[in-house]
Design a binder for this molecule. Structure first.
Ligand SMILES: NC(=O)c1ccc[n+]([C@@H]2O[C@H](COP(=O)([O-])OP(=O)(O)OC[C@H]3O[C@@H](n4cnc5c(N)ncnc54)[C@H](O)[C@@H]3O)[C@@H](O)[C@H]2O)c1
Length: 345
């Protein structure tokens, strides 16, 4: 029998980051029950949770977060004491084609969860129900909410929000609603704004897996614009450790930026992927994968540079990235190669 303190709702657990977070959290404390709420869009896969050590501690709820009635039923049925919200439409390119879907999931769906947490845990503004005083809601957001940077600055938690794509605008909207529930009602919330993640199990539409699968198929590697857009890359397991720290120890109402200070241009990143492939999986025709790089029309609203100052994570919560980007990228490329080649057998 689980107690109220032990039931954590994680949304988006069949996706890339959510599956790593559930893997990390589900077996640490005996008695912890994790609910995974994920409606399995094209981006989610049941197989992402296939290797759990203690699968009976995770209950999978195939529910759409934009369905307010279904979300309310789950809060009535389970003694949820914490929410870590990751479920989202997450691909910028898709947001340019169907922004309405992003509003539905990332704004309306996020509000449904937040409102259920508020009404389940509190009698009214600043009045927690007995036993719910420590319940906590964490919104997993992105550094893209801050918009684009020049060559030398860094985003801090006080940088103004200036989203440029429908994806980042919907994430920013949800963050602001989370903020308002803390300010107006005293809900115990936290927000994380993280840089780009890499690692196993990312959907193949995203830059790193996309480039690896194209390269292995001998197809052109399409780079948007001049490829000089700068991104900071953090291994997914470092991100998940940070999310859990914010959930367990973060101050109420506070935002935490998460980053690796490991910036590279998109072009340099793809060149590094090609070099790893040249070493680990040489092209049968004897050419370097770099020869497949081609430049294509830039996407609209493409931010030039993101870079995040993660000092608050380091000083307040003692977090720092543990995975060296060089090694992490090499292992990640090898993981995708193995996946792609085994799917061809
Ligand atoms: N990937 C990154 O680099 C990155 C960086 C910073 C922040 N984030 C944020 O982290 C979160 C997770 O990102 P990801 O890369 O793992 O995404 P993902 O696209 O891999 O996974 C999203 C998951 O959410 C589920 N989902 C989508 N719509 C849903 C709905 N309406 N109801 C229920 N489930 C739904 C999908 O089925 C999928 O399993 C997102 O909120 C994203 O904004 C991602």
């Amino acid at each position: 029998m689980t107690t109220k303190q032990d039931c954590i709702l994680i949304t988006g657990g069949y996706g890339f980051i959510g599956s790593h977070l559930i893997e990390q959290m589900h077996h640490q404390e005996p008695g912890t029950m994790i609910l995974n709420m994920d409606c399995l869009t094209y981006a989610g896969k049941r197989a992402n949770l296939a290797a759990l050590q203690v699968p009976e501690r995770v209950i999978n709820l195939e529910i759409d977060i934009s369905d307010a009635i279904a979300v309310a039923k789950i809060f009535k049925r389970y003694p949820i004491s914490g929410v870590i919200h990751l479920a989202a439409e997450s691909h910028v390119d898709n947001s340019l084609h169907d922004p309405g879907l992003f509003v539905r999931t990332n704004v309306i769906g996020s509000h449904n969860l937040l409102h259920q947490a508020y009404t389940s845990w509190m009698n009214g503004p600043h009045d927690a129900k007995p036993g719910c005083e420590k319940n906590r809601y964490v919104q997993v957001s992105t550094d893209e909410v801050y918009g684009s940077l020049g060559p030398t600055e860094f985003f801090t938690e006080t940088s103004p929000y200036a989203p440029n794509s429908p994806y980042s605008a919907t994430k920013a909207s949800a963050d602001l609603i989370v903020r308002s529930y803390h300010q107006s009602y005293g809900l115990n919330t936290g927000i994380t704004c993280c840089v780009n993640n890499y690692g196993p199990r990312q959907h193949h539409e995203k830059l790193i897996p996309h480039m690896i699968s194209k390269a292995l198929a001998g197809q052109p590697l399409p780079i948007y614009g001049d490829g000089q857009q700068v991104r900071d890359w953090l291994h997914v397991s470092d991100h998940c450790r940070a999310i859990e720290l914010v959930y367990r120890q973060g101050a109420p109402g506070r935002t935490y930026n998460i980053g690796a200070r490991s910036e590279s241009t998109n072009l340099d990143l793809v060149i590094r992927i090609c070099e790893i492939l040249d070493q680990k999986k040489p092209d049968p025709r004897g050419r370097s994968y770099k020869e497949l790089i081609t430049f294509v029309k830039d996407r609209p609203g493409h931010d030039r540079r993101y870079a995040t100052n993660a000092d608050r994570m380091r000083t307040e919560l003692g977090w720092q990235p543990l995975i060296d980007q060089h090694k992490g990228l090499e292992q990640t490329v090898q993981w995708y190669c193995a996946q792609i080649l085994s799917s061809q057998l």
